[in-house]
Ligand binder design. Sequence first.
Ligand code: F6P
Length: 341
Amino acid sequence: MKIGLLTGGGDCPGLNAVIRAVVKRAEQGGDEVLGIRNGWNGLMTGNVEPLTGYSVMGILPKGGTILGTSRTNPFKSKEGVQKCLDFFRKFGLEALIAVGGEDTLGVAERLHAQGMPVVGVPKTIDNDLAGTDSTFGFDTAVNVVMEAIDRLHSTAESHHRIMVVEVMGRDSGWIATIAGLAGGADYVIVPERPYDIKDVCATLGRRHDRGRQFSIVVVAEGAAPKGGRLVSQQGGVDEFGHVRLGGVGQVVADEIAKTMGVETRVTILGHVQRGGSPSAFDRVLGTRFGIRAVDLVRAKTFGRMVALSGTKIVDVPLPPPGRQKRYLDMELYSDAETFFG
Ligand code: F6P
């Protein structure tokens, strides 16, 4: 079979593990893989490269994606979808493996509905995709945040400051909560629970009253105050209509400084969370997803997405638009709350 492979949306550690696994599994069964560059943009413009065992040599520990990615949405225009269908046919493809988050997989689901034989592979550092217990990329991002929190502890303590760490995650608080638990954060603010700055300060105040003169507060970029709005310092939306988040950490730090009369500082971790070598967990999950994706193609089981269920790799229907989100498990947030203040 001739299988197309693309990676779309924000990159994350572990994408190259998927690419390597797809190519190896395909080659072992005598199938060919055509890499499509830069997500859906490559399928709309015919930007491709054949992938062989040689092309994927040594890529397992590398961050990012050797295929490149983009936030291109072919459904933005009528021609976009037609171009995808035309190039799919022109290249003689018999299946497409699309590796991405809610946007890329949403496009995959819609193209499948138009007759394209597609299999999805879920990825995102945000860990917010329905249908899978975890996405690869998340574990590496959490480790980056945890290390940052560890480092911030010593300087916070030396200067008796409150350090606010703003993390990614779009409108879910998975990264903030799990990294907060791992790093021992004194407060975690997530989109799923609009914050009340009075409560944040009262909690931190109790800690300071006990003689702890510093604190670490983790804030998810998509968090908003009760009855308030999201912060988007940069403004603008991408082709899928998502606002560019960022800036809530500074808002929270300023309010804490004003209310408590203590010095605060802000660290925005940004894209550092998406870069670098994948953790062992993400390499293995990406690899297992890649192998199963090829198996689904061989079995001609299209319109499906590989997923993690417990410790097993399973397949589930590609989530239709509007049903792709998996918000934070609030039981985990409640565990993190045990250590607040
Ligand atoms: O979805 C992954 C993610 O890193 C989000 O956490 C973040 O809001 C967004 O992508 C940033 O996107 P970009 O790389 O386009 O700035």
